[in-house]
Design a protein around this ligand. Sequence first.
Ligand code: PLP
Length: 391
Amino acid sequence: MVVCLGLFYTPYHPENIMTPKYPYDLRTGYPNTEILVPHEKLASIAQDLLLTDRATQYGGVLQGPLMPRERIAEWLTDHSTQTATPEQLVITAGAIAATDLVCRTVTEPGSIVVVEDPTFYYMINILKMSHIDVVGAPMTREGIDLDALAGLVEKYGDRLKLVYTIPSFHNPTGVNASPENRKKLVEMAQQHNFTVLEDTTYQWLYFDSPPPPLCRHYDEGSGHVVSVGSFSKTLMPSLRLGWIWAANEAHAQSFTKFKGDAVASTLNSGMVGEFIGRGLYESQLEYARNHYSERCGVLVEALQKEIPDYVEWDVPQGGYFVWMTLPEHIKAQDVLELSQVRGADFMPGRHAFVDGADDRYMRLCFTMMDDEKLQTGAKIIAESIEAAAAR
Ligand SMILES: Cc1ncc(COP(=O)(O)O)c(C=O)c1O
């Protein structure tokens, strides 16, 4: 048997986050769990669930245990413009697994899946596991480039089955798609009969004001939008817990067809369900938003002081990342090598593009490091940009 490891080999993926390779780690897009995770509250919930034998059995239906689906549905109803029901939800091992399930369901080998170019780099590999072709549509400041998408619709016709989008606080660019952009994307999906898979991982991690409504807001239940979400960045990534929010029960059930893990962990989903049910998630989110906003502020202040004017970047309004565009003559790879020698790391933006060719971009994540490390990291990276420019 031949096992293709190449598909999973992402050389830029952090291998062991407990001991980052570089002391000034602005690469890894993980939360700082020592700060984010409400250890005692979760420990107490886990203990309650185990001691009362409420989370020891298999979870029943493929969509996941009912109690957490009920709680997540209530929460989504309170924090979106639509009513969510437990029947519309499938509990998954995170947003990544949710995306995989949706892609496997709506595509067949040879289908085309469009992603924003750049996108969350890991999803490119995940989508390809469905034996489909991934094609990029450029990002604009308003969201996915709809003219480019129209061109792809024209080119690929019925083969185009899915558009994967991160409409709010996009990874890696930080862009918030405008309401018009979301609406037109959904209208195109309805007109040309493809599915919009919206990844809402950062939707509720805004710093000042919430982003526009989810893409599904513009769909009114026609089933052309499927939302996936996650508790990794707001509560605890090791739970491996996320959801698919479909249009109705039959739609949700269609996404369980390829569910290789059968049913979600009763314990992990039960912990989240209890956490929401006890009214703790609201203050947890508030805490996460404040914490990330503060981290972002420290990095932004350091960058404003250190980064040369010829580098383009925007101050993030939420999410995890600062996205930088270098002038054409400076290569992010050169900046990276010079930075790493001095202990600072970031993700070269080319990894987030489908063809990975253009080396003018840098993604900096502000969530992992303390003040001193963010400031020193920013300084090293800024000086490395100047040194690379002088080469
Ligand atoms: C856009 C996006 N989706 C999903 C994830 C991960 O989701 P999960 O840990 O729930 O699989 C990330 C971050 O790692 C991300 O940036």
